[in-house]
Design a protein around this ligand. Structure first.
Ligand code: NAP
Length: 429
């Protein structure tokens, strides 16, 4: 048996503790697979009693300075599981410069500074792995980088935020309203007290930036992802969609068309027989359309201590393998293409529109006229009486471009006294 490979942990919270558990519980298999023990020697923490107890249980040293880890010649790999941008970014950079390999689960950081950190790792001839940063326990990045390496991916669609998927599941299956669903998600620990990143689609957008790089080789920035969340989504719209044969899901999508890509996050009407419509509660899934395999979907827990830690430990084992083979320093995904973005006039989709209009004759004709003038067709229309004076009308359009949709929204605002309650994209031909 070769000598142990030692790891330094930065942060000992939910995921850090999971890393200790997985390494301990699966020790025998891990050793057999990589030919040596893999142990956490030190953890950088802010001192508390529970961390002292963990240190005793797992026989590791608690430290309070980064240098205690990165200047330790016995430590080969650093795992960053503190979260947030700083000091995580500085600590990872310092660790790479000190010659350590790095594993992180920090999607916020990777979506915003991933290219810079990957270049630094490459310059330093060190590995930077981050499987756990997208869809926690689902091994999606390595699957795209390795198993789909020979395939030509056309679309990546993901339910990559467990909090919002939990909320939407409750809104669809139990007719809960948005506020009750959010409160329940918070009580169960699926949503943080400040749910902004989840409900506004920001967390899903971070993951789409990372997925886009792996699937299409293109580096996109957060401001190149069109982001809309589910904040304030109306239960009536969710129910109307359900009656029309659709399930509302927060979908992150990156679609390739004529060599360019469009990345987006937003609530989407997914046909109820589509595999993504069957992803319930806090679970995640990534659906890939490619020319070789066709359609494939990767499903599992998108978060949680042990699922996330399992992905981190797999990254650690990959790095140990590479150290043993002398093949260190390659990027997690080597596929790189110049970034090209699809213009809005070429991004087409069907749309769901929910409108409030006076309950008088001729109103619907006005809507039909606006649609016809924009060159858009209607596929389904449902009208229900909302109040004595108003009717609530829900329509699903034929496919049209984002530019056409913007024109229709403008015309409704300027030429009618309708209230456009919501718009969502609709998946399907
Ligand atoms: N939880 C999940 O299911 C999940 C899934 C996928 C990815 N991730 C990612 O994994 C990372 C960790 O998440 P988590 O859920 O484990 O968070 P967490 O439970 O809040 O743990 C973070 C830990 O880092 C410590 N920390 C933060 N700044 C520090 C500093 N400057 N010095 C020392 N310790 C510091 C915190 O210490 P204190 O206890 O003193 O505050 C805390 O113990 C995040 O990037 C997250 O996005 C998490």
């Amino acid at each position: 048996m070769e000598k142990p490979v030692k790891v330094g942990l930065l942060g000992l919270g939910v995921v850090g503790t999971g890393v200790l558990e997985i390494l301990a519980d699966h020790q025998e298999k891990i050793e057999k697979s990589i030919g040596c023990p893999l142990t956490v020697a030190k953890a950088l923490v802010r001192p508390t009693e529970d961390k002292e107890n963990l240190a005793k249980k797992y026989n590791l040293q608690l430290v309070h300075e980064l240098t205690d880890i990165i200047e330790d010649p016995e430590i080969d790999i650093v795992v960053e599981v503190m979260g947030r941008i700083e000091p995580a970014k500085t600590f990872i950079s310092e660790a790479l410069k000190a010659g350590k390999h790095v594993v992180t689960a920090n999607k916020d950081l990777l979506a915003q500074h991933g290219s810079e950190l990957a270049s630094l790792a490459h310059e330093q001839k060190r590995n930077l792995y981050y499987e756990a940063s997208v869809a926690g326990g689902i091994p999606i990045l390595r699957t795209i980088a390795n198993s789909l390496a020979a395939d030509d991916i056309q679309e990546v669609l993901g339910i990559v935020n467990g909090t919002t998927n939990y909320m939407l599941t409750k809104m669809v299956t139990e007719q809960m309203d948005y506020d009750t669903a959010l409160k329940q998600a918070q009580e169960l620990g699926f949503a943080e007290s400040d749910p902004t990143n989840d409900v506004d689609g920001i967390d899903a957008a971070y993951k789409m930036v990372i997925l886009s790089k792996f699937a299409f080789g293109m580096t996109i920035t957060m401001d190149q992802v069109k982001v809309k969340g589910i904040r304030g989504l109306s239960g009536k719209d969710v129910t109307a969609a359900d009656q029309l044969g659709y399930t509302v899901k927060l979908i992150g999508s990156t679609v390739k068309k004529n060599g360019s890509i469009a990345a987006e996050v937003g609530p989407v009407l997914v046909p109820s027989d589509h595999p993504l419509a069957s992803i319930h509660n806090e679970f995640n899934a990534v659906f890939v359309k490619s020319s070789g395999i066709g359609e494939s979907m990767y499903y599992g827990p998108g978060a949680g201590s042990r699922p996330t830690a399992t992905s981190i430990v797999a990254d650690l084992m990959t790095i140990v393998n590479k150290i043993q083979l002398g093949t260190i320093g390659h990027r997690f995904s080597e596929y790189t293409q110049p970034t090209q973005l699809t213009p809005p006039e070429e991004i087409v989709s069907k749309y769901f529109l929910s409108l409030k209009m006076p309950d008088e004759t001729g109103q619907f004709l006005q809507l039909a006229e606006i649609m016809a003038n924009a060159g858009a067709g209607l596929e389904q229309v449902v009208q229900e009486k909302a109040t004595v004076e108003n009717a609530r009308v829900v329509v699903i359009t034929h496919k049209m471009s984002e530019t056409t949709m913007s024109q229709i929204q403008k015309d409704i605002a300027e030429k009618t006294n309708f209230e456009l309650l919501s718009t969502m994209k609709v998946m399907g031909e």
